[in-house]
Design a protein around this ligand. Structure first.
Ligand code: EPU
Length: 425
């Protein structure tokens, strides 16, 4: 099993080039099922999750090929199979994004119901509610959700749940509605830039979607979608992670290919902490004051502070001069990193969906265990500044969502090495 060995205390300096957004690339790849011609995507990051999506699409009759530099070509060759089985969906929940496209294009979709994961229950009831509102019949067959419909019909529907909007749920319903008959209005749609990116991709293929990026999305169904050439937006969560990496090491980091307008809530909180994040031409420059101020942060749907940066922000606030409060409003149990950060000398106390962070003067290196993608990134960030050696086990979580993570950190001057252990972890 691989782990990262980090020797803390190096100030990061230099420029890092951000990759394309994982959470935009995955549903856009799934949307290729809808298209008649070849799809060419640029900016597809090389990640385990992307490879898992390729495998899933290949089984569903979509051929995929990669060129260097993040270009991927996808083309539907065979429309017989409509079954996304447990083996792949259990590895990666974004596998459910094939549900809407299969249903609307092939009239049937059988997708394994994803179970819970390290960050919470993660139900898909809203996806199903939306697809049923478009006219699909739903059944549960041996742990698979079986959806059928001869032709979907547009309607007005509300897609909000107890924790707000749903990102992949909106993606599924929007993709299904793009080939439905008539107009669909999705109220309480997710406004995340990745959902808007998917809508832009679909429009480039011939769909008629408006209102993306707002909570009221309108989809006028069209008869067919063609292929197109499209560039995926840069990854705002990777950007936020590197901004915090710069801040936590009191370094000076420049980001290339960064869309700061997707990170306004994050920049707002970071400035409150004392981190300078400024646009300089096409780049973003990060530097920080020596003293970090404590703050309150609450994760919310976009444009609020993203849950996918909650753990990394916690790592930073461990070193603030006073008590911070972090509240998780999307996944109230997404706190697996709390116990691990405490192993590094943090003083964190969890009370329901809130963590009280008592700032400490320093973190001290130790062996810690990654539990999910973003929690793992937070442990690496903490390791970069912890005194002495930190070993972060189970780095396969990081490989799911950060392209060349340790190589990018190395290039900024971090002392980090990917090592292989003989023993299983
Ligand atoms: N929810 C429901 N019912 C549903 C769907 C969601 O109650 O049918 C709840 C969820 O349990 C959660 C909230 O609604 O409390 C929001 O979940 P959402 O559906 O938006 O999450 P997702 O689409 O499954 C995507 C990202 C996640 C990210 C969340 C929230 C992808 C592939 N995944 O998940 O990314 O945390 O949105 O922004 O886009 C990650 O990249 O590390 C990651 C976990």
């Amino acid at each position: 099993m691989e782990y990262f060995q980090i020797s803390g205390g190096k100030r990061l300096r230099g420029t890092v080039e951000l990759s394309g957004a994982k959470n935009a690339a995955l549903p856009i790849m799934a949307a290729s099922i809808l298209c008649e011609g070849e799809v060419t995507l640029h900016g597809v990051p090389d990640l385990t999750d992307v490879r898992t999506m390729e495998k899933l699409l290949n089984r569903l009759g979509v051929s995929t090929s990669r060129e260097s530099g993040g270009t991927m070509r996808l083309k539907v060759e065979d429309e017989m199979n409509c079954h996304a089985d447990y083996e792949l969906v259990a590895q990666m929940r974004a596998g459910v994004c094939v549900m809407g496209p299969l249903l609307t294009k092939r009239g049937k979709s059988q997708v394994s119901l994803p179970g819970g994961c390290a960050i919470g229950d993660r139900p898909i009831n809203l996806h199903l509610q939306g697809l049923q509102a478009l006219g699909a019949d739903a059944d549960l067959v041996s742990g698979d959700v079986l959806l059928k419909a001869k032709r979907l019909t547009g309607t007005e529907l509300f897609l909000g749940g107890p924790f707000g909007s749903t990102v992949t749920g909106t993606a599924n319903v929007m993709m299904a509605a793009s080939l439905a008959e008539g107009r669909t209005i999705i109220e309480s749609a997710a406004c995340e830039p990745e959902v808007a990116d998917l809508a832009n991709f679909l429009n480039a293929c011939g769909a008629n979607i408006t209102g993306h990026g707002t909570p009221r999305l309108t989809v006028e169904g069209v008869k067919k979608l063609e292929g197109c050439e499209y560039t995926i937006i840069p990854d705002r969560i990777e950007a936020g992670t590197f901004i915090i990496a710069g801040a936590i090491t009191n370094g000076e980091v420049r980001l290339r290919n960064c869309r700061l307008e997707h990170l306004l809530a994050v920049v707002d909180r970071l400035r409150q902490v004392g981190v300078n994040v400024e646009r300089e031409g096409h780049e973003v420059m990060v530097s920080s004051a020596r003293r970090l101020e404590p703050i309150a942060v609450t994760s919310q749907p976009y444009p609020g502070f993203p849950t996918d940066l909650q753990a990394q922000m916690m790592a930073l606030l461990c070193l603030a001069d006073g008590n911070s409060i972090i509240t998780e409003k999307i996944y109230p149990d997404r706190f697996m990193h709390v116990g691990e950060l405490n192993r590094l000398g943090a003083r964190l106390r969890k009370e329901g969906p809130t963590v009280i962070v008592e700032g400490v003067k320093r973190l001290i290196g130790a062996q810690v265990m990654a539990s999910d993608l973003r929690a793992s990134a937070a442990l690496v960030l903490a390791g970069l500044v912890a005194k002495g050696e930190t070993r972060v086990n189970r780095v396969y979580h990081i490989d799911r969502g950060y392209e060349k993570f340790e190589r990018k950190l190395l290039a900024l001057g971090a002392d980090i090495e990917r090592c292989t252990a003989d023993e299983p972890d």
